[in-house]
Design a protein around this ligand. Structure first.
Ligand SMILES: [Zn+2]
Length: 260
């Protein structure tokens, strides 16, 4: 004889369950310490329901329904800000951007005596040995962006510094993680000021790199991002707000160095 199914015992939520409520999918996290339900929208726009132990799926669904409007609007906000950075493959024809234009990768046979990436006749040239080693290939590409970006910004810096009446800082192009730029005042040590720009910035069109240059140079006079800071940026670049928004929007679609 089998035990009769007990239809009246509500099914308890378990950790890592996937709960679907009126088309919303939520990952369940059960915690013994928790007393109440709670909801979070993760950075990747995923939804999490935090639940106390022993609560039923029906209770959880009621809670989610009661907060549906908040969840949906919150998720939409996250979706808009979500990074969409693509990964690249080190294969013939892969597309890379530089100063807003696209260049295809050309993988060439060895024996060139060159372990650097070069831009020749509209193609980014990489040796087969580099292309076949993800870490070395990535490093060679990042190195190319650093060198090319540095040469470009060196030319560009002087007019901006003059326009903003600030001394020209020492500039370097390097890996700044997800930041586009950083500014360090040399005043205390009587050294020159130092401006760093992240290499992925140089994938963007020139007018957006200009915005970052103007932004960082404004920090030569005003640290922080207060009203006076933005007024100064606005004097040098009246359309800075549009550029800042465009940078946010385009920036999250740029390659940040991930190779697959
Ligand atoms: Zn800043």
């Amino acid at each position: 004889m089998t035990a009769p199914a007990d239809d009246h015992t509500p099914q308890a939520l378990e950790d890592d369950n996937l709960l679907t409520v009126d088309g919303l999918a939520l990952r369940v996290q059960v915690s013994a310490r928790r007393r109440r339900f709670a909801l979070t929208v993760e950075a990747d726009a995923g939804l999490t329901l935090h639940a106390p132990q022993g609560r039923s799926a029906a209770d959880a669904a009621d809670f989610v329904r009661a907060h549906r409007t908040w969840l949906v609007s919150r998720r939409a906000l996250r979706e808009r800000a979500r990074p969409l950075n693509p990964a690249k493959r080190l294969v013939e024809g892969e597309v890379f951007r530089y100063l807003g234009r696209t260049y295809r990768l050309a993988v060439v046979g060895d024996g060139l005596g060159d372990d650097r990436v070069r831009l020749v006749a509209g193609r980014l040239i990489i040796s087969r040995a580099l292309a076949e080693d993800m870490a070395l290939g990535r490093a060679a590409l990042v190195d190319w962006y650093c060198r090319a970006g540095h040469a470009w910004v060196t030319e560009r810096l002087q007019p901006w510094a003059a326009r903003m009446s600030v001394p020209e800082p020492v500039v370097d192009v390097c890996d700044l993680g997800s930041r586009w730029g950083a500014y360090r005042s040399g005043e205390a040590s009587r050294a020159s000021d130092h401006m760093s720009l992240g290499w992925p910035l140089f994938q963007l069109p020139m007018h957006l790199i200009d915005y970052v240059i103007a932004h960082e140079l404004a920090h030569a006079r005003i640290p922080g991002h207060g009203v006076r800071f933005w007024r100064l940026v606005g004097q040098a670049l009246p359309e800075y707000e549009e550029r800042r928004m465009e940078l946010d929007e385009l920036g999250r679609r740029m390659w940040m160095g991930e190779i697959v």
